[in-house]
Design a protein around this ligand. Sequence first.
Ligand code: 4NP
Length: 147
Amino acid sequence: MVCLGNICRSPLAEGILKAKTNHLDVVVDSAGTAAYHVGEQPDIRSIEIANKYGIDLTSQRARQFSVNDFDEFDKIYAMDSSNYANIISLARDERDRNKVDVILNESNPKSFQSVPDPYYGGENGFQNVYDMLDEACNIITQNLEKR
Ligand code: 4NP
C-alpha cells in the first residue's frame, strides 16, 4: 500500500487489509513515495478513524518505498495516480510494472480513481478515505481467498 507520506492513506489501507486477511497467509505493508515523514507514527486522524473500527495503527512507522519492494511483494497498490506514476518510474522491467495498480481499480475497474489526500482536509476526509479503502480491501480479500 503506497501513498505520498505514508502517514494518512496507506497506513489505513495496511491496517484495513491486515484485519481482513488475518486468516490468510499474506504479508501486508505500506510505504510512501516521499521521505518527509520517515519514522513517524500515522497521522492521529488515521489512528482515530481506524480505532473506530477496532483497528490499531499505532505500531506502524512511516518508511519510503524502495526498488527492493518490487522483489518483496507480489502486488503494489498506489493510492492515487501521482503515486502510481512515481512507482512506475522506479520499475526496472515489465515484471515490476505488472505488479503496480491503483487501489480503487479493484472497486472500479480501470477507473484510475484516486483516494483523495486527506492531509489538509477535515475529519470527514478520513471517513471518506476509510470507506473507499474498506470497499477496495473487501474485493482484494475475496480475490486472495480464491487463490
Ligand atoms: P498521505 O498524506 O500521502 O496519505 O500520507 C500526506 C501526508 C503528508 C503530506 C502529504 C500527504 N505532506 O505533504 O507532508
